[in-house]
Ligand binder design. Structure first.
Ligand SMILES: C[S@@+](CC[C@H](N)C(=O)[O-])C[C@H]1O[C@@H](n2cnc3c(N)ncnc32)[C@H](O)[C@@H]1O
Length: 271
């Protein structure tokens, strides 16, 4: 799973099912994210930056919230899934949040979900995002957390109970794959400290888990993530074929359920 030159993100945006995989993530957490964005005061006329926008589900919501007098900059390393959105008030731009220039003091709101955990210089990226805010602007930064002890605590929720072992081992294997290339599957727990360190105030944090059912729009995220990463994890000795098959069966079984990865949502404001 070594990081090769030019490879800075574990998932392949060119994979034919990547849009569907990211739609699964949106199905799990968009309602949570929208609740936090609404609490942050997104309203007509506001200027927002959606970082690592993926399929653009949140950029679209922001566009309807800010209206024609507002602005939504939607950026990603790969903008393939954002092309249809590139019309006012949305602007789509290819942008690497770790190195490309940022618009300083330009936004009322900066939102980023499930992106910063994937980069190696995480605290620096949080500082860069904070610099893009106007005085009084709000950063809403969210990352998934999984792998290690917390994953094992979720097993009492899992049904059928026999699925908890394979599910734990798959989550640990994916976490190991992240760590092998310098990503951090538990970074969400560092977010409050890094948001404070970026000079923001009024810091709030909330962790959300969802009960997921097999064969649902949400479970597609699990099935497709495993389909994309499984081969590489098995090759790296982090996962067995049996566990991959057991979890694929659970993810597609409408009678199965389990607790999702956590989503840590942190909000901070510029003084
Ligand atoms: C797990 S997906 C999350 C997508 C979306 N934020 C969501 O939550 O639905 C991570 C996204 O971050 C993008 N990404 C990864 N590294 C990035 C970087 N250094 N700069 C900008 N975007 C990046 C990926 O291309 C991908 O679209």
């Amino acid at each position: 799973m070594a990081r090769t030159p030019g490879e800075s993100y574990i998932y392949d945006q060119q994979w034919e099912q990547e849009r569907a995989r990211l739609a699964g993530l949106a199905a799990i957490f968009d309602a949570t994210t929208i609740r936090h964005l609404t609490a942050a005061g997104v309203a007509e006329g506001r200027h927002c930056w959606e970082v690592g926008a993926g399929t653009g589900s949140i950029a679209s919501w922001l566009a309807s919230a800010v209206g024609p007098g507002g602005r939504v900059l939607a950026t990603d390393l790969d903008t393939t899934f954002l092309q249809g959105l590139d019309t006012a008030p949305v602007e789509v731009r290819r942008h690497d949040v770790t190195v490309d220039p940022i618009e300083e003091r330009a936004f009322d709101l900066v939102h980023v979900r499930a992106v910063v955990m994937h980069v190696t210089d995480r605290a620096q990226v949080v500082k860069r995002l904070a610099r893009a805010l106007r005085p009084g602007g709000v950063l809403v930064i969210e990352d998934a957390v999984f792998g290690g002890p917390s994953t094992h605590l979720w097993e009492r929720v899992t049904s059928p109970p026999a699925a908890s072992g394979p599910l734990n081992r798959v989550m640990d294997a994916v976490a190991g794959g992240f760590r092998a290339i310098g990503a951090d599957p538990e970074y969400g727990y560092d977010l409050p400290a890094d948001v404070w360190a970026a000079g923001l105030t009024d810091v709030e944090a909330e962790v959300t888990h969802r009960l997921l059912h097999g064969g649902s729009p949400e479970s597609a995220f699990y099935e497709l993530s495993l389909r994309q990463l499984g081969g590489r994890l098995i090759e790296a000795g982090l996962l067995t074929q049996d566990d991959a098959e057991a979890v694929t069966a659970v993810a597609t079984d409408p009678g199965a359920h389990w607790l999702s990865v956590g989503l840590v949502s942190v909000t901070g404001r510029t003084p």
